[in-house]
Design a protein around this ligand. Structure first.
Ligand code: KIV
Ligand code: ZN
Length: 390
């Protein structure tokens, strides 16, 4: 049986760009949008067109440029927002309007000073209005993570009836536990009349570090779209990281789900977004961090040198990283030293290695990391005859 497709909805240029101090100009956004298209994402959320003339221009230019992906613009459930988004998207091959409203008690009371029936009415009106411009309309129930399931199902049913093609269930505040978020999706799959006419979408924030786990729980329970950003960037603690969900689904074939993303472009895309946004990637970031395939303790290094799979569950080449790295530190053992010495041109016998290792430890205790140039110095200081194989 073939795998079920999970659509990747990239919101690096909208939710991701809401990171304070990381604003991108239109030219930078176009370069990123083109890369996302090549990466194989299904939908690019290009911006929030009514929010500023700059955002309108970016969405409009991206809509003209993108060849394969659907291009999406965000709106509130407000007529003017929807009109402006439709105008910005008019050149897109596949336009999508993403409209919605808060559905949790807290949003209904404090943001809208409204009530549940009035919220459903506004939601339906917004979807119907968006449908007069484009066929593909995604509805978001903001703060769905804290919305009671029964009311959420009523909202979903009403907007599907109004023509929504995708139902976005955002855990806006990153509050849900994976079991809870998964159960929410299951509840909607089982209780929304007409659910087969729409796709359920996961949109998870990372306030408690659960965005990726929640998105996976969502697709395991029936959702077929994940909204995510490169490097997991976004407001506060960020969004679900695209590279994480792509590799989780790929490395766990028993889930029988696939994204169709060209994973070999992941590392390079991560670097591109990081540089353009001026936002460094934390070294221990899963998949794309500089330490994601680096081994520094002696026990791990020995294992990886014997067979990479002892301590790696992915081939670095699959995400565009050339090879695993063996980092030399005071925690490294002889196997790592011999391996790195060979790479810079020295084949050490067992006796030579024992001597050089003593010198290496003295050196490594003084430094955080021993580099290639240091290896030459250490071997020089070991006072032994070693023929270079370089
Ligand atoms: O987190 C959220 O609720 C959102 C919506 C606007 C889709 O980003
Ligand atoms: Zn969001």
């Amino acid at each position: 049986m073939g795998k079920d497709k999970v659509q990747i909805f990239d919101t690096t240029l909208r939710d991701g760009e809401q990171v304070p101090g990381c604003r991108l100009d239109t030219t930078q956004k176009l370069v990123i949008a083109e890369r996302l298209d090549n990466l194989g994402v299904d939908i690019i959320e290009a911006g929030f067109p009514v929010s500023s003339p700059g955002d309108f221009k970016s969405v409009n230019e991206i809509a003209k440029l993108v060849k394969n992906a659907t291009v999406c613009g965000l709106t509130r459930a407000v007529k003017k927002d929807i009109e402006v988004a439709a105008e910005a998207l008019k050149h897109a091959k596949r336009p999508r309007i993403h409209t919605g409203i808060g559905t949790s008690d807290s949003h209904i009371k404090f943001k809208f000073n409204s009530n549940k029936d009035a919220i459903i009415e506004r939601a339906v009106e917004a979807v119907k209005y968006a449908k007069t411009f484009v066929e593909d309309v995604e509805f978001y129930a903001e703060d769905a993570g804290r919305t009671d399931n029964e009311f959420l199902a009523r909202v979903c049913e009403a907007v599907v009836k109004a023509g929504a093609t995708v139902l976005n269930i955002p855990d806006t505040t990153g509050y849900c536990l994976p079991e809870e978020y998964g159960a929410k999706m299951k509840y909607l799959m089982e209780n929304v009349k007409g659910i087969h006419k729409a796709i359920l979408s996961c949109h998870c924030h990372n306030d408690l570090g659960l965005a990726t786990a929640n998105s996976i729980a969502g697709v395991v329970n029936g959702a077929r779209q994940i909204e995510c950003t490169i490097n997991g960037i976004g407001e506060r603690a960020g969004n679900t990281a695209l590279e994480e969900v792509v590799m989780i689904l790929r490395q766990h074939p028993t889930l029988n789900l696939d994204t169709g993303i060209n994973s070999k472009l992941l590392y390079d895309t991560s670097q591109m977004v990081s540089q353009k946004m001026g936002m460094p990637v934390q070294p221990n970031k899963a998949i794309v961090g500089s330490n994601a395939f680096a081994h520094s303790s002696g026990i791990h290094q020995d294992g990886v040198i014997k067979n990479r799979e002892t301590y790696e569950i992915m081939d670095p080449e699959d995400v565009g990283v050339n090879e695993s790295s063996i980092v030399l530190t005071a925690r490294s053992g002889r196997a790592a030293l011999a391996y790195r010495a060979k790479k810079v041109g020295y084949e050490l016998s067992k006796i030579q290695l024992d001597i050089v290792y003593i010198e290496f430890l003295k050196f490594a205790d003084k430094k955080k990391e021993v580099l290639d140039k240091d290896i030459h110095e250490i071997i020089g200081a070991s006072n032994i005859e070693i023929e270079s194989i370089a």
